[in-house]
Design a protein around this ligand. Structure first.
Ligand SMILES: Nc1ncnc2c1ncn2[C@@H]1O[C@H](COP(=O)(O)OP(=O)(O)OP(=O)(O)O)[C@@H](O)[C@H]1O
Ligand SMILES: [Mg+2]
Length: 493
């Protein structure tokens, strides 16, 4: 059994929420009457994090990730339960923590170093390294309150990682830095891993959690729903957040049950540590858990293969809540786009799609002005706005009189497409261009006119954004023993 870096035992956290700020004061002055609503941000969390491992923490906004990290770090105390940390812990929590905004960067380095238990001499020794890593130029002598959020994270990350912590806690911070800096940060995290450090890492980036972490927990509404391999936790996280509203509870229930089942399988310490203490405890679903029965040497992959598969949504459907928050329509210059939707081949409108199925993206265009050389366009984008692919089609001249679309013409545009995307949420643009009054121009253009999600799929091997429908073909070459003394295996892909 490997050593444990952090033990979390039955930790719950209750926040008081006051409807009016003055209620907080009234409660202080006139104790006895409860003026606040209680809000349980964490519910009975138990977890053991082995030394030298990197744990990812995933979950929707408000699920309790930062609260849990703050309790581990000690900046918040649990309402009930205990946390035991073995070793020096250094943290990069959500923006704002740890630094005094009035101090300069330089002063904050010394201030933080002392808080982390370093002597003046030790900080001086590390100072140049911290400044070089942060790379914020003369700003190092400016008060931290004048920093951009990127500069702030640069300095905070440099300090948190330079003090050679036994345990490093990183809350989402890296998303703020630019790409070059992020790469540098990951290299540092890998260095900490190599020298046996333990890392807790909160991130919404699926790829990063899968790449960086040894295991991951999924948080949901203050509950630790599951503890498993990063890929498994991310898949289930997606399943949960992409579930239609009325199904969320049943998905949660199912994940809870699966976690229980694994718990009883008592996974080997080197793959996944099931949530728990050595004795009998109650988990949040009220089921008694017991650890310490049989220790098997199963790998995480084997365990996942044994899990019962979900009754997954195998049909596309329409979720009325899934709508773009905002559509940017450029001023019409001769045409109007309306009624954008995605249809199945049976013409049913849907916005929850099954990967690799065929759909039709359709919208209507009304021409308010005569135009020639008319083209209709579509574009699919990620949440961050990366353009994944699209098309622009010319209105065939033979369908028109003199190659001209007359004012008053209404056109139904249909693009058939194969949804070669991995689970996630995507946005659609629509546009019409052509020659109006002798100039080539957009007649109408709508950004984020539609939104759809691709539903998670069990047992999918595809990663990234695009599903290239990759088919592996692995052949093991026969080894000619006369040529080689020691056995060797060649795998040709
Ligand atoms: N000091 C506080 N007082 C009252 N409620 C709080 C306080 N801090 C956090 N909460 C609530 O606790 C819940 C969990 O918050 P937390 O910040 O841990 O979520 P999170 O998982 O880190 O979310 P995110 O992904 O947005 O960072 C939220 O509903 C939040 O509103
Ligand atoms: Mg948070």
């Amino acid at each position: 059994m490997s050593e444990v870096a952090i033990t979390i035992q039955n930790v719950s956290k209750c926040f008081k929420r006051y409807r009016h700020p003055v209620d907080r004061l009234k409660e202080l002055l006139f104790p006895g009457k409860q003026r606040a609503d209680e809000f349980w941000a964490l519910r009975d969390i138990s977890l053991e994090i082995p030394k030298g491992k990197t744990l990812g923490i995933v979950g929707a906004n408000g699920s309790g990730k930062s609260t849990l990290l703050q309790i581990i770090v000690g900046t918040l105390s649990p309402t009930t339960g205990h946390v035991n940390v073995q070793g020096r812990i250094s943290a990069l929590l959500e923006l704002g923590s740890g630094f005094n905004p009035e101090f300069t960067g330089r002063q904050n380095i010394f201030f933080n170093g002392q808080v982390l238990g370093l002597t003046q001499r030790q900080i001086e020794d590390k100072y140049d390294d911290i400044v070089a890593f942060a790379d914020i130029g003369d700003f190092i002598d400016q008060p931290v309150k004048t920093y951009s959020s990127g500069m702030f994270v640069r300095l905070a990350f440099a300090v948190a990682t330079s003090v050679e912590p036994d345990i490093l806690v990183v809350d989402e911070a890296l998303a703020v830095g630019d790409e070059a800096f992020q790469r540098k940060c990951y290299a540092r995290l890998e260095k900490i891993q190599d020298r046996g450090g333990t890392i807790l890492f909160v991130s919404h980036s699926a790829g990063t959690v899968i790449d960086l972490c040894d295991s991951a927990v999924l948080m949901s509404e203050g509950e630790l729903l599951l503890y498993n391999t990063p890929k498994y936790a991310i898949d289930k996280y997606h399943k949960l957040i992409y579930a239609p509203t009325e199904k969320i509870q049943s998905v949660r229930e199912e994940l809870r049950r699966l976690n229980q089942k694994q718990y009883h399988q008592n996974l080997s310490q080197d793959t996944i540590t099931p949530n728990l203490t050595k004795d009998i405890g109650q988990n949040s679903s009220g089921v008694t858990q017991q650890a310490g029965e049989v220790v098997t040497e199963k790998t995480a992959a084997e365990i996942i293969n044994e899990l019962p598969t979900f009754a997954l949504q195998s049909k596309p459907f329409y979720d009325p809540n899934l709508k773009p928050a905002e559509t940017l329509s450029y001023l019409s210059r001769g045409a109007k786009i309306s009624n954008p939707q995605i249809l199945t081949r049976r013409k049913e409108p849907v916005n929850n799609l099954i990967g690799r199925d065929n759909y039709i993206y359709t919208y209507e265009v009304e021409f308010l002005q005569e135009a020639s050389k008319v083209r209709f366009g579509m574009l699919v984008k990620t949440i961050k706005g990366s353009e994944l692919g699209g098309a622009s089609y010319r209105f065939p001249d033979e369908k028109l009189e003199d190659g001209v679309v007359k004012a008053g013409t209404k056109v139904v545009v249909k693009f058939r497409f194969n949804c070669l995307l991995n689970p996630g949420v995507y946005f659609l643009n629509a546009g019409v261009s052509g020659i109006v009054n002798g100039h080539f121009t957009y007649l109408a253009r709508c950004i984020d006119v539609g939104m759809f999600r691709v539903l998670p799929e069990e047992d999918s091997d595809s990663t990234g954004i695009i599903d290239f429908m990759i088919k592996p073909n692995l052949t093991v070459d026969e080894v000619d023993e006369t040529l080689s003394v020691s056995p060797e295996m060649k795998i040709l892909v």
